[in-house]
Design a protein around this ligand. Structure first.
Ligand SMILES: [Zn+2]
Length: 115
């Protein structure tokens, strides 16, 4: 049996005896023939990751500093939802300013976070 794959960028077909060989051939081809596209994709992936994670950290920091309310528009519902399970469990142990901010945010979440 042969494993088959098609390059998503130029449609070149590959046939190899094993999955490993197929993936390796495809990877080699993409790096050789579509290098700039791959670099672009990797950079886009890194930018996306960088935009997502510090967002949650930033939200947590802003909650702590009490700056949250003026700056809430920069946060998305996904960031709130990422924090919620942890903060719900930790509420009792949070420092007072974070606790107060969080209670406000949590109560207003449906209004302030757009989906
Ligand atoms: Zn190709």
């Amino acid at each position: 049996m042969l494993y088959k794959a098609k390059c998503s960028q130029c449609g070149t077909q590959f046939r190899r005896r094993t999955r490993t060989e197929l993936l390796s051939a495809l990877r080699k081809h993409i790096w050789k023939a579509h290098r700039s596209w791959m670099v672009h994709r990797i950079k886009a992936g890194q930018a996306k990751a960088a935009a997502g994670n510090p967002g949650v950290v930033g939200l947590l920091k802003d909650l702590g500093s009490g700056d949250f309310i003026p700056g809430y528009k920069k946060y998305k519902r996904a960031q709130y939802e990422a924090l919620k399970p942890a903060l719900d469990v930790l509420t009792k142990h949070l420092p007072e300013p974070v606790k107060v901010s969080w209670e406000i945010v949590d109560r207003m979440a449906d209004i302030i976070f757009k989906k």
